[in-house]
Design a protein around this ligand. Structure first.
Ligand code: AMP
Ligand code: MG
Length: 403
């Protein structure tokens, strides 16, 4: 381990070690979209539950129209939801609409385009019909008891509609982890404040919380704690009381702040796993556990806090939330020269344009980890392995896509 810095891959696997999806909760079908199924979904009914017309037309006996034109007596009407109660006999038809049960005695539906009314109550078939045409058989979609959706599946629009159609008013989904987020720093103010001398507006936690929610978490904003052990400790207690599965702090993790957050966690009996990783931005990243909760201490520098959230917080949340986490890493080429890298894995903010199907990434010449605007303008982070040699335009690179 170079200079006591933990490689990113190892830090990530240590962070995720022993982390399993949370248990399940039952939610109403109208709240289940976007969640992960904790249990498989079976059909509570058969769909369609009866032989249904697939078209607007006439329910008939195929043999009656084998030699068109053929005249039929219209003996009733069957709109969707209002079945025709009787049965049809030879030479008879029932006016039928899409979704209505096909009446007894009929074996086919003649579409209305292939008919004409020749007298009140008399329809003429202009074409023959294949027996069974335009009928959706009972159980065409699914049959009661059949498995429809697997546990672990994302409830997307089609899964949600399918579950509703199978008559589920509620679904068992994986609980969403609660992520409590705390900003630390004497200099920080909430957005919208009157900013005095030496003060800045706290930004990190808003981006961090959004990344957590997008990965499947609920979030609790613990606000801003000054650089004070008691205040930080009180905020962490609030997170514990609220049942947070993950407690994220920002700032106060570098030597300049005397590692306040680390001190507070240790004093509370927390176990620290690592606090320095071979990453830029983000060297002072801290991870550990406290009272069974995961602690992630993010660096205060805004870009570092967000990049570390993409790389570490996202997969941690996803794991607890029962989601597959696959970082969107693609291959591109450099748009300009870059210098050789040092011992830390680098995540360089880069503008990305697609040219002839190739992603061309041009890292910003300035990569200061306080500069959020460059991050907001970046389409991707170019991942530079430790000690990667200098590269020139056209050389391949790996891109962690941001958009
Ligand atoms: P620290 O890790 O506390 O030493 O902070 C490093 C740098 O990040 C300092 O310039 C802080 O002012 C800045 N910083 C810390 N927390 C935040 C925050 N929540 N929002 C914006 N900047 C922050
Ligand atoms: Mg600070």
């Amino acid at each position: 381990m170079a200079a006591g810095l933990l490689p990113i891959e190892e830090a990530l696997s240590r962070l995720l070690a022993g982390v399993a999806p949370l248990g399940s909760e039952r939610v109403g079908i109208d709240e289940a979209g976007g969640r992960i199924l904790a249990r498989p979904v079976r059909a509570l009914r058969t769909q369609p539950p009866f032989d249904a017309s697939a078209m607007d037309g006439y329910a008939i006996r195929g043999e009656d129209v084998a030699a068109p034109p053929a005249r039929l007596a219209v003996v009733g009407i069957a709109p969707a939801g209002r079945p025709f109660a009787g049965a049809i006999g030879p030479g008879e038809a029932v006016r039928i609409f899409t979704g209505a049960p096909v009446p007894a005695g009929a074996d086919s539906v003649l579409i209305q385009e292939n008919t004409r009314i020749v007298a009140p109550g008399v329809v003429e078939a202009l074409e023959p019909v294949r027996t069974g045409a335009n009928i959706r058989r009972r159980g065409l979609d699914f049959t009661e008891g059949e498995p429809l959706l697997e546990a672990g599946r994302l409830v997307d629009a089609s899964a949600l509609a399918l579950a509703a159609s199978a008559n589920h008013a509620e679904l068992d989904v994986v609980r969403r982890p609660l992520v409590a987020v705390l900003a630390t720093g004497d200099e920080l103010l909430a957005p919208g404040s009157a900013v005095g001398e030496g003060q800045i507006v706290s930004s990190n936690t808003f981006g961090v919380a959004l990344i957590a929610r997008q990965a499947g978490a609920r979030t609790l904003d613990l606000g801003i704690a000054p650089d004070d052990r008691e205040a930080i400790g009180a905020a962490i207690d609030r997170a514990l009381d609220a049942g947070a599965e993950i407690i994220v702090t920002s700032g106060g993790a570098s030597v300049g702040d005397h590692d306040l957050v680390r001190d507070v966690l240790s004093a509370k009996g927390g176990e620290l796993d690592f606090w320095k990783i071979a990453m830029r931005p983000g060297k002072p990243l801290m991870a550990g556990t406290l009272a069974g909760r995961r602690i992630l201490g993010l660096p205060g520098n805004p870009v570092a806090s967000l990049v570390c959230s993409h790389v570490f917080l996202k997969p941690l949340v996803a794991r607890l939330a029962g989601r597959a986490h696959v970082a969107d890493v693609r291959t591109g080429v450099f748009g300009g020269p870059v210098a050789a890298n040092d011992l830390r894995q680098d995540y360089m903010r880069a503008r990305v344009v697609e040219t002839d199907g190739v992603l061309v990434a041009t890292p910003s010449p300035v990569q200061d980890s306080s500069m959020l605007r460059i991050l907001a303008e970046a389409g991707a982070l170019v991942i530079r392995e430790p000690f990667a040699p200098a590269a020139v335009a056209g050389d391949p690179c790996r891109l962690l896509m941001l958009r």
